[in-house]
Design a protein around this ligand. Structure first.
Ligand code: PEP
Ligand code: MN
Length: 448
């Protein structure tokens, strides 16, 4: 294995870190981080290794990655119903995609730590007043006042505890019968019954039920973990490097360093500078790492970053999450696919059809349309198939709530209906129905 020269969990401090909060009191930051570094890890090295193996399969086309959750989790919405509904929708999507794709679906939530946000501008105008931007609940508060926007280091500690609490419930739900296959499928049937587009999803839903019934009929035991439990992993953007460092621990069995704040971490499109602190930090931890790639990228730099993050070309280590937008994916994805393929680099190719499809409505809501999202996804699959590369996963901002944040879908949500239940503090999410529809639509594309 390549020696990780000069890396320590603190070496990122010698590099420039973009998108870090302007903490008013550095001594307080150090104190909080010291406290977190003495608290237990949130996830374990063995689980992280397991995810990496599953992602290695996804890079080879033998599994499929489904990653999704809030753009930005909120402390105030860390409740049992919210966690349950997000998990539920991801489990439902996973069953549909597993059946249609004929391969295991690796389920990764944007959850239990997705509390910090990069922003395009340090300040925003609210009611004629310029105030610091909201940077996620781990940094400051969303209320539009100058006071609420002062970064508070204590929020990192609170975020740690809420992530622990979220994970605890996720583990209970996924192990304790909530995720049982027949239950998840019953929810899917319920969805199909209620959806205005139900008829077009009915056939697939029926086939899944028949497959489950068949297994029961011939006496395959269904009280096994395969039927009654789900494996669910967590992820968030590794943005606040102090927090990530405080949860980075040396694995007692292998001596490797793991960032135990989540199973998978990703680097945002705004913080992936090759000589920046985020790349420096992530190159030394052994977790699976995602990297967002938007239209403004340089292919040679992407190759150089991958070489830095994954010098041994280990399958499952790197996921490239492309987010080019429905209008630009045809321009940007093929050259990138060819360059990576030519170098023989192992990556999971995942599509984030959310982040380059944002628009603002006349009433000022940030939204995305179901059709744009679907259109980017469709291009993603087709371009991969044309190039002979593997479309290995999808990345969504979604919620189990009945929100009105993205337009379109079977209920044909319009711009002027967005105000009805627009809850997000950051980017617009697919609601539960739109998410399931998206899964049925992808299912049609990938049916083997
Ligand atoms: C996000 O995933 O919420 C995000 C900010 O993405 P990106 O880095 O791709 O803009
Ligand atoms: Mn977002």
């Amino acid at each position: 294995m390549t020696e990780k020269t000069d890396w320590t969990k603190s070496s990122w401090r010698n590099f420039t870190a973009l998108q870090q909060p302007n903490w008013p009191d550095e001594a307080k930051v150090d104190e909080v981080l010291q406290t977190i570094s003495n608290l237990p890890p949130l996830v374990f090295a063995g689980e992280i290794r397991d995810l990496k193996l599953q992602l290695a399969k996804a890079s080879a086309g033998e599994a499929f990655l489904l990653q999704g959750g809030d753009c930005s989790e909120e402390f105030a919405r860390c409740t049992a119903p919210n966690i349950r509904e997000t998990l539920k929708v991801l489990l439902q999507m996973a069953v549909i995609l597993t059946y249609a794709g004929g391969k295991p679906v690796v389920k990764v939530g944007r959850i239990a730590g997705q509390y910090a946000k990069p922003r395009s501008s340090d300040t925003e105008m609210v009611n004629g007043m310029e105030i610091p931007s909201y940077r996620g609940d781990m940094v400051n508060s969303v209320e539009p006042t100058p006071e609420a926007r002062i970064p508070n280091p204590e929020n990192m500690l609170k975020g740690y505890y809420l992530a622990a609490s979220t994970l605890n419930l996720l583990r209970a739900f996924t192990r304790g019968g909530f995720a049982a296959l027949h239950r998840v499928q019953a929810w899917n049937q319920e969805f199909v019954k209620q959806s205005p587009m139900g008829r077009s999803y009915e056939r697939l839903a029926k086939q899944i039920s028949q497959a489950i019934n068949f297994m029961q009929t011939i006496g395959i035991p269904t009280d096994t973990p395969q039927f009654r439990q789900a494996q669910f992993f967590t992820s968030h953007e590794a943005l606040l490097l102090g927090y990530e460092e405080a949860l980075t621990r040396e694995d007692s069995t292998t001596g490797g360093w793991y960032d135990c704040s989540a199973h998978m971490l990703w680097i945002g499109d705004r913080t992936r500078q090759i000589d920046g602190a985020h790349i420096e930090f992530l190159r030394g931890v052994l977790n699976p790492v995602g990297m967002k790639v938007g239209p403004r990228h340089d292919i040679d730099e992407i190759l150089a970053i991958i070489e830095k993050l994954n010098p041994d070309n280990e399958p499952g280590r790197m996921t490239l999450i492309t987010r080019f937008g429905a209008r630009e994916i045809e321009k940007y994805l093929p050259p990138l696919l060819r360059a990576i393929k030519k170098e023989g680099i192992n990556v999971v190719w995942s599509c984030d059809p959310m982040h380059a499809n944002i628009r603002k409505t006349r009433s000022g809501h940030k939204t995305r349309s179901f059709d744009d999202i679907l259109s980017e996804l469709r291009c993603f699959f087709e371009l991969h198939w044309a190039e002979g590369t593997v479309p290995g996963g999808v990345h969504f901002e979604l919620t189990g709530d009945d929100v009105t944040e993205c337009t379109g879908g079977a209920r044909q949500l319009l711009d002027d209906q967005l105000g009805e239940n627009y809850l997000t503090t950051c980017d617009p999410r697919l609601n539960a129905e739109q998410s399931l529809e998206m899964a049925f639509q992808i299912a049609e594309m990938i049916r083997s």
